[in-house]
Design a protein around this ligand. Sequence first.
Ligand code: SF4
Ligand code: SF4
Length: 168
Amino acid sequence: MLPDSLARARALLENVTPLHADCGLSCGHACCRSLEGELSGMLLFPGEDAYYADLPDYRTVDTADGPLLICPGRCARGDRPLSCRLMPLIPLVRADGIKVATDHRAKTVCPLARQGKNALSAEFVDAVRQVGRILAEDEVQRAFLEKLTAQQDELKALRNQFRRGSHV
Ligand code: SF4
Ligand code: SF4
């Protein structure tokens, strides 16, 4: 069974999506496709692996950041892990509260991530903010969000460093 906070977070994004239309139609569902020979998957939130334990077609791989879900490339809406529901945004834990940002990990695959959150449905952005607030009230989920926030800051710093380097 999913932790209560995670179940509520997933429910908030059950039917609310980045665009009012199916964004996958324009990119061929790029975030659901693996590159040949590459092990790619979605990072699960703490306790989320329990949901997939008995689902055939899914497997998990342990990584330093937590279990990674390897999926069949197509899934029922209700089976999408939270990372997929949040794509291409991420809630960050900041000193002054939860902030919604574009996920730096999504920028290489998702055309919407390159446009920024202003291109997305306001309802979706708001739901992601609410997801962050719900998770931040749960000690375990909050710690995970803080880890993701630190990773996003590192990715941003690296990106900026690379940009500066490419201009010299
Ligand atoms: S979230 Fe981005 S990559 Fe995934 S289907 Fe929508 S537009 Fe494509
Ligand atoms: S779990 Fe579903 S939404 Fe997520 S990457 Fe796999 S097929 Fe796509």
